[in-house]
Design a protein around this ligand. Structure first.
Ligand code: C2E
Ligand code: CA
Ligand code: CA
Ligand code: CA
Length: 275
């Protein structure tokens, strides 16, 4: 459209203006939100499907902006990635999450999302370890969540970063499994500890035979490879029943709890212990 000159460009103008303007606005606000350390992690429990107990939390970024309202991470994370802000934002969120997690029961895990863009930085591994050192949070209690696309592009750097972390005892989880386009051999060339089954499969368990077949196969594959499994987006007892019957090790989703701010964790743990 742009190449063809004015008439074509004008045809698309009104809609594009809104998009471009809003994007520019979000980008500007994002910069100041990072400077002011306003974006904060909330925490969604990971529940053992054997014991039904909380065994850790995944940190999920939350941003409440004065003028724009609540902006979801699906919107601002990609913008942070495109603008190079993800590195500063990621470090900031990780530092916050470690400081929060230090107050949790000692056996609890912190799961933290790392974008494929962050994994292009060879210094990331050392930076994560130094934040762990500064906050006093043990690398053995940290689980890094990485999506398939990180395993496809520039795999050399990603491998080095992952090796550094693994050697320090950090566990690696493959996020959104089944939605990317990495081959199994690409995935297996990285040493993984866990597979997270994407919500799109879990949400269809009740009414799609195909989803049940796929989830059953993923759980079998993971078991054969000695990996733990988390089902994402568990919303009802029916889905839970299927997952338990098929040997899924952990669950996460609204059935258990949405992500809560750090101040809400105590109430969640009290509810669980019945006090
Ligand atoms: P994700 O890592 O796959 O996170 C799971 C998403 O599913 C979260 O959305 C969570 O709130 C949502 N969810 C959890 N349980 C349920 C459920 O039962 N039903 C439904 N419908 N949804 C459920 P959220 O918080 O909006 O985050 C979206 C994505 O943004 C995340 O997907 C992750 O890719 C990215 N993200 C969030 N926080 C961070 C961060 O700190 N760093 C990076 N790099 N990415 C992040
Ligand atoms: Ca995740
Ligand atoms: Ca996920
Ligand atoms: Ca996702």
């Amino acid at each position: 459209a742009q190449r063809d000159g004015r008439s074509c460009v004008r045809f698309f103008e009104p809609e594009m203006d809104i998009h471009v303007e809003r994007r520019i606005q979000i980008e500007r606000e994002l910069r100041s939100a990072i400077t002011a350390d306003i974006i904060e992690p909330h925490y969604q429990p990971l529940v053992s499907l054997q014991s039904n107990c909380i065994i850790g939390f995944e940190a999920l970024a939350r941003w409440e902006n004065r003028t724009l309202g609540r902006i979801p991470p699906d919107v601002f994370i990609p913008i942070a990635e495109e603008t190079g802000l993800i590195s500063a934002l990621g470090d900031q969120l990780f530092r916050r999450a470690c400081s929060d997690a230090i107050a949790w029961p000692e056996t609890f895990t912190l799961a933290f999302n790392i974008s494929p863009i962050q994994l292009r930085d060879p210094a990331l591994g050392q930076r994560i370890l130094s934040i762990l050192g500064q906050t006093g949070f043990s690398p053995r209690r940290l689980e890094i969540e990485i999506t398939e696309s990180a395993f496809v592009e520039r795999t050399g750097v990603a491998k080095t970063v992952i090796d550094v972390l693994r050697q320090a005892g950090v566990r690696i989880a493959l996020d959104d499994f089944g939605t990317g386009y990495a081959t199994l051999s690409q995935l297996l060339s990285f040493r993984l500890d866990k597979i997270k089954i994407d919500r799109s499969f879990v949400s269809q368990l009740d009414d799609s035979t195909e989803s049940r077949v796929i989830v059953h196969a993923i759980l079998g594959l993971a078991k054969g490879l000695g990996l733990t499994t988390t089902a994402e987006g568990v919303e009802d007892a029916c889905q839970l029943g299927f997952l338990v019957a098929n040997g899924c090790t952990e669950g996460q989703g609204y059935l258990f709890s949405d992500a809560v701010p750090t101040a809400g964790i105590r109430a969640l743990l009290n509810r669980e212990s019945g006090s």
